[in-house]
Design a protein around this ligand. Structure first.
Ligand code: NAI
Length: 251
């Protein structure tokens, strides 16, 4: 590992993009990367509106409205970072959605939208950046998977499949990116308290909490600190990993 020039701000001089940064886990990731010294470009769907600029202002970063599932999202992102910063060091593919239904009621619309945002977009963004040579040597790609991508989950065939696919991306891209001195790792959170999980019935949330070895869910900061570790030059010898976050040790 390359020791950072300043241990308090290990990401000083680095430029990071966090997708889905308007709220939840993404907003906390943006905060933690900025605390570590990075300039953070906060990306989210245009409909996120004020919430996105609030995160960007809070972290002293830039607001970048971007639907990651648009076919030209990767090219747009590459153009933006090349023009403003001459390149990009860190990308956190955090944007994600759920469209839950038991398998019998799982229609194509729900299947396709989840696969598109959660699985195709992380790949297209990285491809778009690589096509324009916008990812700098020494950089890091961090994808947000899920415990559902490791263990599956009833009612979430689309979501679990998309998150399992992300692990496939990490395993495959590690050599593609490795040639350029860039790492790729994933975090697989268990139950984290955000607006996404607030929609889950309380009894189901409680059952999930009790199944965890630590008997607890996690907070957004638990995920963000793990992401920050993968972004840190101190972890530059670590690639191709998936780290479970929040004590869901029943798996
Ligand atoms: P959230 O719903 O609170 O936030 C997700 C953000 O992504 C929102 O700001 C949303 O506008 C944005 N987003 C959605 N579609 C987008 C698109 N097409 N383009 C750009 N941005 C888009 O969700 P939360 O809980 O913060 O989740 C963040 C990530 O963590 C997701 O990938 C999720 O699947 C994953 N995760 C969450 C867990 C949890 O328990 N909350 C557990 C495991 C994984």
């Amino acid at each position: 590992a390359a020791a950072p020039a300043d241990w308090d701000t290990p990401l000083a001089g680095k430029v990071a993009v966090v997708t889905g940064a308007a709220r939840g886990i993404g907003a906390t990731i943006a905060e933690v990367l900025a605390r570590d010294g990075a300039h953070v470009i906060c990306a989210d769907i245009p409909a996120a509106g004020e919430a996105l600029s609030e995160t960007a202002n809070k972290v002293g970063g830039t607001s970048f409205p971007l639907d990651v599932s648009a076919p030209d999202a990767g090219a747009k992102l590459a153009d933006f970072v090349l023009e403003r910063h001459g390149g990009l060091d860190i990308i956190v593919n955090n944007a994600g959605i759920t469209r839950d239904k038991l398998l019998a009621n799982m229609d194509d619309g729900k299947w396709n939208s989840v696969i598109s945002v959660n699985l195709i977009a992380p790949q297209q963004l990285v491809n778009g950046l690589l096509a324009k040579d916008a990812l700098r040597e020494g950089g890091a790609v961090i994808d947000v998977s899920s415990i559902a991508g490791i263990a599956g989950n009833r009612g979430q065939t689309n979501y679990a499949t998309s998150k399992a696919g992300v692990i496939g991306l990490v395993d495959t891209y590690k050599s593609i990116l490795g040639e350029k001195g860039i790492t790729i790792n994933a975090v697989a959170p268990g139950f984290i308290e955000t607006k996404m999980t607030a929609a889950i019935p309380l009894a189901t949330r409680e059952a999930g909490r009790l199944m965890s070895s630590l008997q607890q869910g996690g907070q957004t900061v638990d995920v963000a600190e793990t992401v920050a570790y993968f972004a840190n030059p101190a972890s530059s010898a670590i690639t191709g990993n998936v780290v479970r976050v929040c004590g869901q040790g029943f798996l």
